[in-house]
Design a protein around this ligand. Structure first.
Ligand SMILES: [Cu+2]
Length: 154
């Protein structure tokens, strides 16, 4: 009985050690970036564009988000945008397209309403609360990363 318990304990220890080693291999790649809290604002009928937001944390090296795409054709085009206030604070909000977004090592870049966002141009269908879709973010170093975007109200 005692020897069986020891054998089981050793087996468990070996299994958990193996799991930890696997986890480390997957998570500590030098160019890894982490994308969290990806969401898109719900849209009304007839609204042709939507926006998605998320937090992107850099890995151990500087990286740059180059493009975003929706593999399931949620929108005709996907662009990286920044909302800027035109006219020195009193003006209207406008958006400009970015040719990329720097993600410095170990730093978190926040995409949020009023700032950086992923613009979904010519939506195939309204974004309804509770729905979700894949977004492929392509980074200069980390390569393509697929994130799940859930549709929410503000
Ligand atoms: Cu925009």
């Amino acid at each position: 009985m005692t020897s069986l318990r020891i054998a089981l304990a050793v087996a468990c220890l070996a299994a958990s050690a193996g799991l930890i080693a696997c986890g480390d291999d997957g998570g500590s790649s030098p160019s890894a970036v982490a994308v969290r809290d990806a969401w898109a604002r719900s849209t009304a009928d007839g609204q042709t564009a939507g926006a998605a937001y998320m937090k992107i944390t850099g890995g151990s090296v500087d990286d740059r988000l180059l493009t975003a795409a929706t593999p399931s054709d949620v929108a005709r085009a996907v662009e990286l945008h920044e909302t800027v206030v035109a006219g020195g604070g009193m003006g209207s909000m406008t958006m400009r397209e970015l040719d990329g977004l720097d993600v410095p090592a170990e730093e978190t870049v926040q995409m949020s309403p009023g700032g950086y966002h992923v613009m979904l141009v010519d939506l195939a269908a309204p974004l309804v609360v509770g729905r979700s879709f894949d977004l492929v973010l392509t980074f200069a170093n980390a390569g393509p990363q697929t994130v799940r975007v859930s549709v929410r109200d503000t």
